[in-house]
Design a protein around this ligand. Structure first.
Ligand SMILES: Cc1cc2nc3c(=O)[nH]c(=O)nc-3n(C[C@H](O)[C@H](O)[C@H](O)COP(=O)(O)OP(=O)(O)OC[C@H]3O[C@@H](n4cnc5c(N)ncnc54)[C@H](O)[C@@H]3O)c2cc1C
Length: 379
């Protein structure tokens, strides 16, 4: 069985990994960064937790989370800090992010390295006043440190690279150890490490748990995702190619932009949404009159749905009415599916943000990728 996965975000990687587990020969194509490279490192199942108790995750998700070195406790929320000064619950996290929940009621040190984009003093104050911190009597204390040779004006990615050098880490650990008091854990900005599994050396040197805040879009969490994607897919034996797919043929072939054709017994489309170019808003095709319409980023038939309603090729003479629907429509639009299959197709399955009517979250993207691969192999 030959499975082709198009898309290298959380959904596509999960589909490819599951396909290999089920014994398929799997090729994965990805073209450019998508939402997974922009995500924060916090892992949600629902857009925002509504239940007081965290529900257990689907069992099939657990194996994939372990392979990707991601954490999601069995039945509780993690609590993560954002660079906007808020604390928020999430269903899981990248290991590099500090889960604050175990330190409820204690003081957490916030390293202040003079970064232009991380006002540790103001953030520590905002986090201390956040609802979770107040209800649990958790405090944050900024710890100013001089780190000669660490530039403050570079991007978080470049700064993380600077900190990866052993002499910098030693210097920082030495300076921090002298300033830390009884703090239970150390919180750093989104530049503590480029290692997807987190950095155990920080913890050894500082003698307590160390982790970072959520990343802003395009921050180190995305870079770590890319590194881990390469490792997980290689370990699973997936053939990976950073090449754009142009079309699917009715005969089941996948056509690449350079014209090469790849035969597939089944295809999982995990193209992402508008942000990844998986869904494109543009002039209607010759078969439709009217204004701009949604189409797939690859040439293949698909029906689109928005808020539970099917969209025809062009909904009005002037296209989609964003005044009425709001710009959030660009996130909510997706392809119509029957189960895991793309509507109207027998051997093409859809996963992740491409699908209509499902949460736009990392854990949901993984789950739908796992399920799409299972359905593809069952078909
Ligand atoms: C700024 C931002 C912050 C977020 N924060 C969070 C958060 O805190 N918590 C959370 O749970 N979720 C968060 N999300 C949502 C989450 O990141 C996404 O729901 C998830 O990553 C979607 O994964 P995906 O695989 O479906 O799509 P994507 O990650 O977008 O992947 C799509 C893939 O398709 C590929 N592709 C597209 N067209 C082609 C083509 N023609 N040929 C080949 N490949 C193609 C792209 O190269 C890409 O690899 C955030 C999203 C964004 C944008």
């Amino acid at each position: 069985m030959k499975l082709v996965v198009v898309g290298g975000g959380f959904a596509g990687v999960a589909a490819a990994w599951r396909g290999r587990q089920l014994g398929a020969e799997v090729s994965l194509f990805h073209a450019r960064a998508g939402a997974s490279e922009l995500s924060s490192g916090a892992l949600d199942l629902e857009p925002w937790p509504t239940a007081v108790r965290a529900r257990p995750l689907a069992p099939e998700l657990e194996g994939f989370l372990a392979a990707f070195e991601l954490e999601a406790p069995a039945s509780r929320w993690v609590v993560v800090a954002t660079c906007a000064g808020t604390l928020r619950p999430a269903r899981g996290r990248e290991r590099a992010l500090l889960d604050l929940a175990p330190f409820a009621g204690q003081t957490i040190a916030v390293l202040d390295l003079g970064r232009h984009d991380f006002d540790a003093e103001a953030l520590a104050q905002a986090w201390s006043e956040a609802a979770w911190a107040r209800s649990t009597a958790t405090r944050f204390r900024a710890v100013p440190l001089e780190l000669p040779g660490a530039p403050s004006q570079v991007s978080g990615y470049d700064f993380a690279q600077t900190l990866a050098a052993t002499e910098q880490r030693r210097a920082l650990s030495h300076a921090a150890s002298a300033r830390l008091r009884e703090e239970a854990a150390v919180l750093m900005g989104p530049w503590s490490t480029l290692e997807p599994g987190g950095d155990v050396e920080w913890e050894r040197w500082l003698g307590r748990p160390v982790g970072e805040t959520c990343s802003p879009p395009g921050g180190v969490a995305g870079a770590r995702f890319e590194r881990q994607r390469a490792r997980v897919l290689e370990a699973a034996g997936v053939s990976v190619s950073a090449r754009e797919v142009e079309a699917l043929t009715p005969e089941g072939e996948v056509v690449l932009v350079d014209g090469e054709r790849v035969r597939a017994d089944a295809v999982v489309l995990a193209l992402g949404g508008v942000v990844a170019g998986g869904i494109v808003l543009g002039p209607p095709g010759p078969e439709h009159a009217g204004g701009a319409a949604f189409r797939l980023g690859v040439r293949a038939e698909a029906e689109f749905e928005l808020d539970g309603v099917k969209l025809d090729g062009a909904s009005t003479l002037h296209g989609i009415d964003f005044t009425a629907r709001g710009l959030g429509a660009l996130e909510r639009v997706g392809v119509a599916c029957q189960g895991a299959a793309l509507s109207g197709h027998r051997r093409v399955f859809a996963a992740g943000e491409l699908r209509a009517g499902e949460p736009r979250t990392a854990l949901h993207a993984m789950l739908s990728g796992l399920r799409a691969a299972q359905a593809a192999l069952d078909a």
